[in-house]
Design a protein around this ligand. Structure first.
Ligand code: BES
Ligand code: MN
Ligand code: ZN
Length: 514
């Protein structure tokens, strides 16, 4: 897929005062003296930076930045100082956000080149590889724009951005470089996920999503892409996916992405399945949604897209881990052929489900894919889905819900969330919730009471994973930005790409340490 803005991220060893670039970017903590690198640069600038601090115009607070000009005293045309806040509160996400602010500024200023020297301000508080990753990811996030259907271009933006991570020391560059390379892969995958998310339902339907998946995996011999079309879904008795897709002319699909690494996984590493909900449009079906904001339901495919992008990234990273991606895709529309409230559906697992609300469709497509993953003996199954409005009510648009039947897996995902900046918060599942989704005339029903909707939904999914270690990520509310932030423009966020890839990379790293 062509990037909307072609971003390249590289490292370069260069003396900062000699760094020829359009925008040289430095960090500044609010509670620490500028580091020696900034001080040296400030001397070259005749004390401008110091003056800003004295006047109180720029103190290094988070979400602030200030633009200066090189005025021939530096090789750089401009210098951007980015506030990092209190040093002791800084995390990897502080650097990621600062890189994003800088890349976004470069795009807005229509600059072709930006050089990031942000890492020094936090000294060696973090591991170099993780810092490199965060900076590269931030560069992709902050420069992301979505305008592929705008034909009357007014802003005249550039089509590419060259990002350099710069440092005068060769040793620093050497230790940052592997992280930068990995971060560029993950950042690009996430940008791609955002573009797919932003494409509307008349462009992305289940079959075109399947085609896109194939295209994305072309050139990656370690990934085998198989697509179950409607006859194949019927042959496999995937009643959940078929029921949800039955109301639309755009027939449902199950996209299977099997990644088999070239290097054999270390002993003790689990086989993993990633399962992502891809409802290309969720009108609610016969239980139709109110019309306000219904357009946002084009984002109901973003769990599936996160899985697609994560599989691509881990294949490019050549992670030695067995991962199966499963993306059930359907369009949920009301019509004469739709499934209805009251219907009883036999799912792939053999379990029957009484439909109480056709708008609780996510769990109906996921249950088939989860049961398939369980039948394939996957030891770890992680699903990701814009599943419930209730999760948004509980956590707002700041954290995704995390439910799991395994403490270790939950802790691993929590750690991946902390490192990737894609936050999660644990929510419960269990017998009380499962009780609510028992039906009198079938094995299960697809909706519980008004309360605890995120937890009853997760408990529903849990019925289909057998003995696998399972975690569920409810990303409702995390899938879309309603306001522009340092992480780029309004629209799809690509949430989950960093979280899932970080989790998988950590699994591999933990094994190679011992
Ligand atoms: N895709 C929605 C959940 C959603 C709502 C995501 C708002 C993002 C923003 C899901 O399919 C849905 O409609 N869930 C219902 C379930 C209910 C009918 C049991 C919900 O949350 O209201
Ligand atoms: Mn729905
Ligand atoms: Zn939905």
């Amino acid at each position: 897929m062509k990037q909307i803005i072609e971003v390249r991220v590289q490292t370069r060893k260069v003396e900062l005062a000699r760094c020829k670039t359009d925008l040289l970017v430095l960090g500044r903590c609010s509670d620490a003296e500028p580091d020696d690198m900034v001080q040296a640069l400030d001397r070259a600038l005749g004390g401008r930076i110091e003056q800003l601090a004295k006047l109180g115009d720029f103190k290094g607070k988070p979400k602030t930045s200030v633009l200066l000009y090189g005025e021939g005293k530096l090789a750089a045309e401009r210098v951007l100082l980015v506030g990092l806040g209190e040093r002791k509160k800084a995390t990897l996400d502080t650097l990621r956000r600062a890189a994003a602010v800088a890349a976004g500024r470069a795009v807005d200023l229509k600059l072709p080149r930006v050089a990031l020297a942000l890492h020094r301000s936090l000294g060696s508080d973090f591991e170099a590889a993780a810092v490199g990753r965060a900076l590269a990811e931030g560069a992709y996030l902050g420069s992301y724009r979505y305008d592929e259907f705008v034909t009357v271009a007014e802003n005249g933006r550039r089509h590419s951005l060259a990002v350099e991570i710069v440092d005068p020391e060769a040793a620093q560059i050497r230790s940052l470089a592997p992280g930068v390379a990995a971060g560029a892969i993950v950042g690009r995958a996430q940008a791609e996920a955002r573009t797919l998310a932003n494409r509307p339902a008349n462009v992305i339907d289940p079959s075109s999503l399947a085609r896109t998946a194939r295209e994305m995996m072309r050139g990656l011999p370690t990934v085998r892409c198989t697509v179950f079309d409607e006859p194949k879904l019927r042959a496999n008795r995937m009643g959940g996916i078929l029921a949800v897709g039955s109301g639309s002319q755009n027939k449902p699909r199950l996209i299977l992405l099997k990644y088999t690494p070239r290097r054999r996984p270390a002993r003790g590493l689990p086989t993993v399945a990633l399962v992502g909900k891809a409802v290309t449009f969720d009108s609610g079906g016969i239980s139709i949604k109110p019309s306000a904001d219904m357009d946002q339901m084009k984002f109901d495919k973003t769990g599936g897209i996160a899985v697609l992008a994560a599989i691509k990234a881990l294949a490019e990273l050549e992670l030695p881990l067995d991962v199966l991606g499963l993306i059930p895709a359907a369009e949920n529309l009301p019509s004469g052929s739709s499934y209805r409230p009251g219907d009883i559906i036999t799912t792939y697992s053999g379990k029957t489900v009484e439909i109480l609300n056709t708008d609780a469709e996510g769990r109906m497509i996921l249950c088939d894919a989860l049961a398939y993953a369980a039948r394939q003996q996957r030891e770890v199954i992680i699903d990701i889905a814009t599943l419930t409005g209730a999760c948004m009510v509980a956590l707002g648009a700041y954290k995704a819900g995390l439910m799991s039947n395994d403490e270790e897996l939950a802790a691993q995902l929590q750690r991946a969330a902390d490192a990737s900046g894609e936050s999660v918060w644990r929510l419960p599942t269990g017998d009380e919730y499962a009780e609510e989704i028992k039906s009198k005339i079938a094995d299960l029903k697809n909706a519980g009471s008004r309360w605890g909707g995120a937890c009853t939904a997760a408990s529903f999914l849990q019925q289909f994973v057998g003995t696998a270690k399972w975690a569920h990520l409810d990303i409702a509310g995390m899938d879309v930005l309603l306001k522009p932030t340092e992480y780029g423009c309004v629209g799809g966020t690509g949430f989950g790409v960093r979280l899932l890839t970080t989790y998988l990379m950590n699994l591999v790293d933990a094994k190679s340490d011992v």
